[in-house]
Design a protein around this ligand. Structure first.
Ligand code: PLP
Length: 402
C-alpha cells in the first residue's frame, strides 16, 4: 500500500491546523473523505440533480442509474445481491428498522451482549418495553465471547440474536459465524452490527451466515447520512416499514394503501442520492486498494500503537494485549488522569482522539471505568510515523501531569 499516494487523495490531509501538521485518530467515530468520494457527490449536485423512480427526464434517469449502481457496489462489497440492500441513514437506523419492523410477541426472547454500542442495545430495550424479553451474553474482561455462552442463553422462544461484530471499545471481533450457527440451530435470527468491521476487513455476509447486517457509510470514507441494512430477501419482505410515504406504495385510497415491492417499501421519501453515490465511490476506493491489504496495513500500524501504549506504565489498555486479536483502534485509561483531560491535552498538540463512553456505557461500567476511556482509532491514511509521534507525545503528557 502506498501511504503517500493514499494521503494525497484526502483534501483535509493537505491542510495544517493552527499552522501545524495534525494526526486524525478518530476514524472509529467518522472517517476522512477522499477526493473521489467528494467528486462523485458533487457530480450529482452539479451535473444531473434529480429524483430516482419518479420523473421521466434525463436527470431523473441518470440519478436512477447512479443510485442503482451505488446499491450494487454496496451489495457486492459484502457479497450480497442488490435486492438485499436497503438504504438507511446509518447503522443506527438500520438496526431500528429491524427492531421496529419484525413482529415480536410478548415473551419472545432477544439475546444481545454487554459489548454493544447504544445503537445495538437501545432498539432492543424499546422492543422489550412492549413485552419481549431481553437477555445478555457477557464478554470477558478483554471483550471476547465464548460461543458456548450464546448456546446456554438460547431457548425455544429466542427469536433473535443481535451482536456487535467488531467492538468500538475493546477492538475485539466476535465469532459471528459460530454465533450464527448456534442461533440458527435454535431457530433464532441473527443481526450483526458491522459498523466497525465492514470498513476494515473483507466481509462476506453469506459466509458469515447471518440474516441482517448493518453498517454506516461515514465510517468507511463515505459521507454522513447514508448507511445500509442487509437483510435476507424473505425476511426483508416481512419487515413492517418504520416510515411510510412517497414511493413506498403501489396504490392508495383515502383509507388504505398497497405496499410497494422491495426495496421501495422500506425506503420512504426522496432518498439521499448524493450520499448513496458517495458511498458507492467509497466502496470503489476501498476495493481499488483491496480490503485484505487494508487489513494487513492496519494490523501493522496497530501493532506499533498497542506496543507503544503497553510500554507506558500508567496506561491500561482495554481489550487483548495481543495485537493479532485486535482491530485498528485502542482504548485506554491512564492512572490518575481523566479521559477528557488527556484528549484535550492531545488536541492541543494536534492529535485528534475521542474520549468518554464512546456510546458504549455497559462495557465501560463492566470494566470499572465510569468515566470511559480515551480511544485512538486508525485507518488506512494513518502512518507508522504518526503513531510513533503520538506515543511520544502521550508519554510526555503523562510524565508531566500524572
Ligand atoms: C460498533 C458501532 N455500532 C454502531 C455505531 C453507530 O453508527 P452510526 O452513528 O453511524 O449509526 C457505531 C458508531 O460509532 C459503532 O461504533
Amino acid at each position: 500500500m502506498n501511504i503517500e499516494k493514499i494521503r494525497a487523495d484526502f483534501p483535509v490531509l493537505q491542510k495544517k491546523v493552527d499552522g501545524k501538521q495534525f494526526s486524525y485518530f478518530d476514524s472509529a467515530c467518522t472517517t476522512l473523505k477522499p477526493r473521489q468520494v467528494l467528486d462523485a457527490m458533487n457530480a450529482y449536485y452539479t451535473e444531473y440533480t434529480g429524483c430516482a423512480g419518479r420523473s421521466v427526464h434525463k436527470f431523473a434517469r441518470r440519478t436512477e442509474e447512479e443510485f442503482a449502481k451505488a446499491r450494487s457496489k454496496a451489495a457486492k462489497f459484502i457479497n450480497a445481491p442488490p435486492s438485499e440492500i436497503i438504504w438507511t441513514k446509518n447503522t443506527t437506523e438500520a438496526i431500528n428498522l429491524v427492531a421496529h419492523g419484525l413482529k415480536f410477541n410478548p415473551g419472545d426472547r432477544i439475546i444481545t451482549t454487554n459489548l454493544e454500542h447504544s445503537s445495538g442495545l437501545l432498539p432492543w430495550q424499546a422492543v422489550a418495553e412492549k413485552g419481549a424479553v431481553l437477555d445478555f451474553v457477557l464478554c470477558s474482561k478483554e471483550g471476547e465471547f465464548n460461543p458456548e455462552d450464546f448456546k446456554k442463553k438460547l431457548g425455544r422462544k429466542t427469536r433473535l440474536v443481535s451482536a456487535i461484530h467488531s467492538s468500538n471499545v475493546t477492538a475485539t471481533t466476535s465469532p459471528l459465524k459460530e454465533i450464527a450457527k448456534i442461533a440458527h440451530d435454535a431457530g433464532a435470527l441473527v443481526l450483526a452490527d458491522c459498523a466497525q468491521s465492514v470498513p476494515h476487513f473483507p466481509i462476506d455476509v453469506k459466509s458469515l451466515g447471518i440474516d441482517f447486517l448493518a453498517f454506516s457509510g461515514h465510517k468507511m470514507l463515505g459521507p454522513t447520512g447514508i448507511g445500509c441494512l442487509y437483510g435476507r430477501e424473505d425476511l426483508l419482505k416481512k419487515l413492517n416499514p418504520m416510515l411510510l410515504g412517497g414511493e413506498t406504495i403501489k396504490d392508495a385510497t383515502l383509507q388504505a394503501h398497497v405496499l410497494e415491492d422491495l426495496p421501495d417499501r422500506l425506503e420512504a421519501g426522496i432518498q439521499n442520492y448524493a450520499g448513496a453515490i458517495g458511498l458507492g465511490a467509497a466502496v470503489d476506493y476501498l476495493s481499488g486498494i483491496g480490503m485484505q491489504d487494508i487489513e494487513d496495513y492496519e494490523k501493522n500500524i496497530s501493532k506499533a500503537l498497542v506496543e507503544g501504549l503497553l510500554a507506558i506504565p500508567q496506561v491500561s489498555l482495554l481489550g487483548p494485549k495481543d495485537f493479532k486479536k485486535r482491530g485498528s483502534l485502542a482504548s485506554f485509561s491512564v492512572k490518575g488522569m481523566e479521559p477528557h483531560d488527556i484528549a484535550l491535552m492531545l488536541n492541543d498538540r494536534n492529535f485528534f482522539l475521542r474520549s468518554g463512553m464512546h456510546c458504549a456505557y455497559p462495557i465501560h461500567k463492566f470494566l470499572g471505568l465510569p468515566k470511559g476511556s480515551v480511544r485512538a482509532s486508525l485507518y488506512l491514511y494513518n502512518s507508522a510515523d504518526e503513531v510513533k509521534l503520538f506515543i511520544e507525545n502521550l508519554s510526555q503528557i503523562i510524565k508531566t501531569f500524572s
